[in-house]
Write a protein that binds this ligand. Structure first.
Ligand code: HEC
Ligand code: HEC
Length: 616
């Protein structure tokens, strides 16, 4: 019999980090002990079954499905494919891959793990889209059009007709007020429930098993960065978070915690997750202020050095204009702070990375792979030897099963994987495997670059943002994080990136809890590239390479040009002179009053003395 993956997971047998035999034993106990009660309950449940079912299959009319098909073929087929199998022609360029509707597995649902979503769930996800994926929202369709699209999508999977896959939606209660105490209790639960093993201590998606995670189709999958609520696929609100981890995300390693946590515990967990980020929106900056200081710039001080600097957040996007395209790079944002004194300037750049790749090497001058590989190693073909051995360790710990290769099925503990599906799965992997040969092991390290025009741009003309152009070169400050010290390159277009004089450019890097912090420092003036002057606006851009995703050369995350402003030394603040003037005036007034008092002292005191004398 085919046992739906999710239905098993829902019953609490999903224990990603316990030994499987232990969880099976628990499952057995559960099944054996209450067996007779179960029979009784089953009889009762049978009576109520019709009433309890949340949703009758509603497959629409022939005309509605047909209207849906027409819309689908116009707007959705490029990604989701004519067969609904997620293999549209644009699919290779998207990460995560478009949903394969034939699998009948949906991520954003109010229904329990394994069940099909309600029509309303589908309606919401189509209208709102899934942030930070290529699944954009479709707000302009009428309600009828969305309903027809849903009827059409349902034709791809029999799950939508099978009562086994129908389960009433969970109730998401209205949230209690957020409190710090609740978040603190949630932090403990977060560790206790091992959320950190995937999501990382601080929710930066850097848990120890993060590099091994795969979805049901065998594609590597990343958990969200919980410090960036705006990237949540299922919405940023506390109710959204509650729903997501209560029902889990079908087809992914994200389990359901419907039965293992009480409502109160769930809100505590929500509050902890919520406390990891400070905004529902990205609030990106468009400029960077380089704060002035009179102190020495000593990088040994670490981040404290940048205390008075304002931080700026810039969005990182994939380089898709030139060969070596990165359609979905690993990093999606970078935080920057900068300071200068009369001699030097320093930058601090921070971004989140699942794992520090400090082996191998990287360089902006490296040849990036051709387009065929642009999906990158996060997909079927790209697992490196390192990753594979890590996976074996990981799965070895989870299951002692005899399978030759660990699969997502082992991971989910599916008892009987239908033969056909297994073939399909491995067949597909083989088909797209060749990339593996080209990207053998994690030969590339993490890296970061800051880019400036070599000379101040005249007028509004800037060098081309992808490593400059022949007329306007760029000065690239580069840190290969597998190596000590900074490198420097001169860019005249991505085909012409050459090493440049480092001068006194220095670099210092640390990695902790899923975050890279890299500092660069240099004297203000320069022979080989950009020089900084006070009150100057200078274009600046950033690049980040993720070694694990085999990003190198032009295959990277980058920003477009932004401007930095070098704040003047000892900016004459109007506050100080104004306060000084006010204090002087006040002081003079006090002295005047004192003088007047002294002069009239006797005259004033006499009547008082007289009065006192009379009183006695
Ligand atoms: C440019 C590519 C693209 C197009 C066009 C597109 N989608 Fe998607 N869609 C995706 C991707 C990618 C995902 C999976 C995202 C993820 O797994 O996080 C997805 C997922 C979905 C899901 C699954 C949601 C869930 O909860 O799992 C539905 C439903 C969906 N799309 C419907 C549609 C419909 C309807 C259209 C046309 C109106 C459409 N999509 C057009 C890329 C696309
Ligand atoms: C086995 C690994 C694993 C464990 C354990 C795990 N998660 Fe996840 N989680 C994931 C993955 C992978 C995703 C991303 C799925 C996707 O976007 O397709 C995710 C996504 C999420 C999301 C984001 C949903 C969104 O809208 O994008 C939340 C919230 C979440 N997990 C909470 C939790 C909590 C709370 C726990 C512990 C109680 C937990 N997770 C345990 C792997 C895991």
């Amino acid at each position: 019999m085919k046992i739906p993956i999710g239905l098993l997971a829902k019953k609490g047998t999903f224990a990603p980090f316990a030994k499987v035999d232990a969880s099976e034993a628990r499952y057995e106990r559960r099944r054996v002990c209450p067996f007779f009660c179960f029979v009784l309950l089953a009889a009762l449940a049978g009576l109520c079954w019709g009433a309890a079912r949340a949703q009758e299959p509603d497959l629409g009319t022939e005309a509605q499905r047909e209207a849906g098909r027409v819309l689908y073929n116009k707007y959705c087929v490029q990604c989701h494919g004519e067969e609904g199998d997620g293999k549209g022609y644009a699919a290779p360029h998207t990460k995560p891959r478009p949903r394969d509707f034939t699998a009948g597995q949906f991520k954003i649902r109010t229904t329990p793990s394994g069940a099909v979503p309600t029509d309303e769930d589908l309606h919401n996800v189509i209208r709102q889209g899934m942030p930070y994926t290529t699944m954009i929202g479709w707000p302009d369709f009428s309600d009828d059009e969305v309903a027809n699209l849903i009827y059409h999508i349902k034709t791809y999977s029999n799950n939508f007709q099978d009562p086994d896959y129908f389960d009433p939606p969970i109730i998401v209660p209205s949230p209690p007020a957020f409190t710090k105490e609740s978040a603190e209790l949630g932090r403990e639960l977060y560790t206790q429930m091992e959320c950190n093993s995937c999501h990382g201590e601080k929710g930066r998606s850097d848990g120890r098993s993060a590099p091994t995670l795969k979805d049901d189709a065998g594609n590597a999958i990343r958990s969200v960065d919980m410090t960036k609520r705006w990237t949540y696929r299922g919405g940023p609100t506390r109710k959204d978070i509650y729903r997501t981890f209560s029902t889990g995300m079908n087809g992914t390693p994200m389990p359901s915690y419907d039965e293992s946590l009480t409502e109160k515990e769930r809100w505590q967990l929500v509050d902890y997750i919520y406390s990891l980020g400070d905004s529902d929106d990205a609030n990106y900056s468009d400029r960077l202020f380089v704060a002035s200081t009179e102190d020495e710039i000593d990088m040994a001080q670490g981040e404290a050095l940048f205390e008075q600097a304002q931080s700026a957040h810039f969005p990182l996007i994939g380089q898709i204009m030139e060969p070596g395209r990165a359609f979905h790079p690993a990093a999606n944002g970078i935080e920057v702070k900068a300071i200068h004194n009369s001699r030097e300037i320093a930058f601090l750049v921070k971004w989140h990375d699942m794992r520090a790749d400090i082996s191998g090497m990287n360089s902006p001058a490296l040849q990036a792979p051709a387009e065929s590989e642009e999906g990158g190693p996060l997909d079927e073909g790209g697992a490196s030897e390192d990753q594979e051995s890590a996976e074996e360790d990981f799965f070895g710990e989870v299951s002692e099963s005899e399978h030759e290769a660990p699969s997502a099925d082992d991971f989910f503990g599916e008892v009987e994987a239908p033969e056909q599906e297994a073939d399909g799965f491995f067949g597909m992997e083989e088909e797209e495997e060749p990339a593996d040969a080209a990207v053998q092991e994690s030969a590339f390290s993490d890296a970061v670059a800051i880019q400036f025009p070599s000379a101040p741009p005249e007028g509004i003309r800037q060098p081309y943002f992808i490593f400059g152009d022949l007329k306007n070169s760029v000065d690239i400050w580069f840190a290969d994080l597998a190596q000590e010290g900074a490198q420097r390159f001169l860019g005249r277009g991505s085909a012409s990136v050459t090493e440049n004089d480092v001068e006194d450019l220095a670099m210092r890097a640390t990695y902790e809890d899923g975050e890279w912090r890299v500092m660069f420092k240099k004297t203000l003036g320069s022979e080989a590239g950009v020089s900084f002057e006070e009150r100057q606006w200078i274009p600046v851009a950033f690049s980040v390479w993720d070694g694990w995703s085999q990003e190198r050369g032009n295959n990277r995350a980058l920003t477009s040009w932004f401007y930095l402003y070098v704040e003047p030394q000892q900016a004459p603040s109007p506050v100080f002179p104004m306060t000084r003037a006010a204090l002087t005036i006040f002081g003079i007034e006090v002295i005047l009053i004192a003088l007047i008092r002294r002069k009239y002292k006797n005259a004033l005191q006499l009547p008082v003395l007289q009065a006192n004398a009379l009183g006695e």
